[in-house]
Design a protein around this ligand. Structure first.
Ligand code: UDP
Ligand code: MG
Length: 208
């Protein structure tokens, strides 16, 4: 069945969708450990890690015409328009040469999710959800020192609110389709990775 999305994207995205890449969405509140655990998954399982937030920060720093808009959205903890983020993700997937991707911190709302599916024609294999208390996430964000403009208490509170109101519904959407793998992310890094590994290790390779 033809949709506007199909027609509009034949030329630009045909090659990517045809490769039938494996995509895992990595979701969880700010400070839940998505980036840290993605680095571990890359080492062990050969995925390419694409952090939507990192791609947006790089785009902002590159002096793009969207730079100021992106900076303002990030500072306010708001979600950048889907079109911008999806273009960056598509470009990074195409340039990687890989066919296995961890998409970290995206989709952040229902509109992100629906637009990604329409534009790329890709459905995630599953969603890795890092479940962590706000108290612990706040502690981590305030103690990490990455020079991020959004790691201050005022913006952190806004990011928590956006996560609860806009991002949790995305997780619920996939939950109802049996696609969510939930991890208790409030534990030390090594312990969390043990749980992550169990999810990525093919069943027949698991130690008895
Ligand atoms: N952001 C966005 N769309 C995305 C990913 C990130 O608009 O798909 C923006 C949003 O303002 C968010 C900020 O980038 O608050 C930081 O996102 P990141 O995923 O880097 O932060 P984390 O949640 O991992 O702390
Ligand atoms: Mg991150």
């Amino acid at each position: 069945m033809g949709t506007v999305g199909d027609a509009a994207n034949k030329d630009t995205n045909g090659s990517l969708a045809e490769k039938k890449p494996t995509v895992v969405f990595v979701l969880g509140g700010p400070g839940s450990g998505k980036g840290t655990q993605c680095a571990n998954i890359v080492q062990h399982f050969g995925f390419t890690h694409l952090s939507a937030g990192d791609l947006l920060r790089a785009e902002q720093k590159s002096g793009s015409e969207n730079g100021t808009m992106i900076q303002n959205m990030i500072k306010e903890g708001k979600i950048v328009p889907s079109e911008v983020t999806i273009k960056l993700l598509q470009k990074a997937m195409e340039e990687s040469g890989n066919d296995k991707f961890l998409i970290d911190g995206f989709p952040r709302n229902e509109e992100n999710r629906a637009a990604f599916e329409t534009v790329t024609q890709i459905e995630p294999a599953f969603v890795l959800f890092f479940d962590c208390s706000e108290e612990e996430m706040e502690r981590r964000l305030l103690s990490r020192n990455e020079g991020r403009e959004d790691d201050n208490i005022e913006t952190i509170r806004k990011r928590f609110k956006v996560f609860l109101e806009s991002s949790l519904p995305v997780i619920q959407h996939y939950e109802s389709r049996g696609k969510v793998r939930k991890i208790d992310a409030g534990r030390p890094i090594e312990e969390v990775f043990e749980s992550v590994k169990a999810i990525f290790t093919p069943k027949n390779e698991k130690a008895e």
